[in-house]
Design a protein around this ligand. Structure first.
Ligand SMILES: Cc1cc2nc3c(=O)[nH]c(=O)nc-3n(C[C@H](O)[C@H](O)[C@H](O)COP(=O)(O)OP(=O)(O)OC[C@H]3O[C@@H](n4cnc5c(N)ncnc54)[C@H](O)[C@@H]3O)c2cc1C
Length: 438
């Protein structure tokens, strides 16, 4: 038993650690709750800034979203940069976007510095529209360069279709600075790096309670306790009950992934590019070819926590709807994961009260943003820096528990319906212009 969900990533996990549960009373400068990317990124930076750190993980390192995701590491946030700019103004938006780029670089640096070759980092991400709309991307390269100093490439439909052999796709935007990785191997490498830097990590040790004690905190577990000056809550939506306000601030949103059987020759007939692909729909598909000849395909979002019984068939249908030529592709693995979303779709990073910190709400854009959250909180704790305050305008909104969840689900259904209408309209408009055949 690996203790992980049965996924392609768990089946190909390299460098798994088997870390002891906490059975004693310990103390440290900082106790981090949750060994996903947010917790481990923060722990690593704290240790490198001279702090003693204990990480408590309820399950296994990378058990949550961090070990199950699509593996795309790209600049930006779950919220679009236009909406961020409207909210905080161009100057602060530029700083926030810059941080999101730093997050990508931090992941690359960690892979290089700690020799995490099992992360299998590969370059490039291509975003595509599913309806014919030149205006969606044509001005983006100039705008992103002017406003954020960021380079992306516009691809007309003809160029997109030389790589993605599907009549469902139109224009694209290629980001050469993005990478894609094996996320669970990266998390395992990050945990090993933490341990190398002196961090103590306990698996199978859920934090049960966080209480104030002697000007600091006591974190209780089933068989032990950690006392510390600071606590960082990085348990996302896999754990609840540690902080009631936080539980109400972020919603668990599920998304699904499959990995197919290796069949590189068949895949060549559909996806002739090694970059990661995503469409721009609100609940769009995201996928990439894997080094061992498989296709990893993710999609759909829901606020239901339970996994549909026929998950593999559901996503297989989505694949064939885009690429009918892949109808013979068999699915080897299917799994689900939970992301944490605040209603403003920005990370929730900051101090809840003196010494009690939080890093959560990364949504579907957590691979780069967890890295910067860890760094900002580590710099705040170890050096008193206040860059984390850049996230203050977004704050901790109330997501409303089960009622909020129902409302959010209704919004998703509405978005999905609008996506379908937009596409049907575009396909009709495009007619034979680009040809509807793959
Ligand atoms: C299927 C899927 C696809 C995705 N694709 C992408 C993508 O391609 N690119 C991208 O940027 N983002 C993607 N994301 C989002 C990204 O994975 C997350 O935003 C990110 O991993 C969140 O990291 P985290 O550390 O906050 O949470 P998690 O990784 O969920 O970690 C939380 C950890 O806390 C532990 N825990 C919970 N309660 C307790 C407790 N009481 N005590 C101790 N430990 C506890 C859990 O066991 C878990 O290990 C995807 C997410 C999913 C689910």
């Amino acid at each position: 038993m690996s203790g992980h969900v049965n996924s392609y990533y768990a089946a190909t996990l390299e460098g798994a650690l088997d870390l002891p549960r906490l059975k004693t009373r310990e103390s440290a400068d900082v106790c981090v709750i949750g060994a996903g990317l947010a917790g481990l990124s923060g722990a690593l930076d704290l240790a490198r800034l001279g702090k003693s750190v204990i990480v408590l993980e309820a399950n296994r390192v990378g058990f949550g979203a961090s070990g199950r995701n699509g593996g795309f590491v790209a600049a930006g946030y779950a919220e679009g940069i236009e909406a961020i700019t409207r909210r905080v103004g161009p100057e602060q938006a530029r700083e926030l976007f810059g941080l999101s780029r730093d997050g990508v670089r931090l992941v690359e640096e960690n892979i290089a510095r700690f020799g995490i070759t099992a992360a299998q980092s590969r370059p490039g991400a291509l975003q595509v529209v599913r309806h014919d709309d030149e205006s969606a991307f044509a001005s983006a390269p100039e705008r992103l360069q002017r406003d954020f100093g960021y380079d992306v490439e516009y691809w007309p439909t003809e160029k997109v279709r030389t790589c993605l052999k599907s009549g469902r796709y139109f224009q694209g935007l290629y980001d050469a600075s993005a990478i894609h990785i094996h996320p669970l191997n990266y998390v395992a490498g990050l945990a090993a790096a933490c341990i190398e830097e002196g961090v103590t990590v306990h698996e199978a040790t859920p934090a049960l309670r966080v209480e104030e004690r002697d000007g600091g905190y006591a974190v209780s577990t089933a068989e032990g306790e950690v006392t510390s000056q600071h606590v960082v809550l990085c348990h996302s939506t896999y754990g609840r009950g540690l902080h009631a306000k936080l539980d109400r601030a972020v919603l668990p949103v599920a998304t699904y992934v499959v990995a197919t059987r290796p069949d590189p020759d068949l895949l060549d007939r559909a996806i002739d590019i090694q970059a990661a692909i995503a469409d721009t729909r609100r609940a769009g598909d995201y996928y990439r070819r894997l080094a061992d000849g498989r296709l990893l395909w993710g999609g759909r979002i829901t606020t239901q926590r339970s996994e549909p019984a026929r998950l593999a068939q559901l996503l297989k249908r989505d694949i064939v709807a885009i690429y009918p030529q892949l109808a013979a592709l068999e699915i080897d693995y299917a799994w689900a994961g939970l992301m944490a979303y605040a209603t403003h779709k920005m990370p929730v990073i900051g101090q809840l009260q003196s010494g009690l910190w939080v890093a959560t709400g990364f949504g579907g854009h957590g691979l780069n943003t967890t890295a910067i959250a860890g760094r900002l909180i580590a710099e705040a704790i170890a050096r008193g820096d206040d860059r984390y305050r850049l996230f203050e305008p977004f704050g901790m909104p109330w997501a409303g528990g089960p009622i909020g969840r129902a409302a959010t689900q209704a919004v998703y259904w509405y978005y999905q319906a609008r996506d379908r209408i937009d596409e049907a309209r575009a396909q009709r408009k495009a007619g034979g212009r680009h040809g509807a055949k793959a």
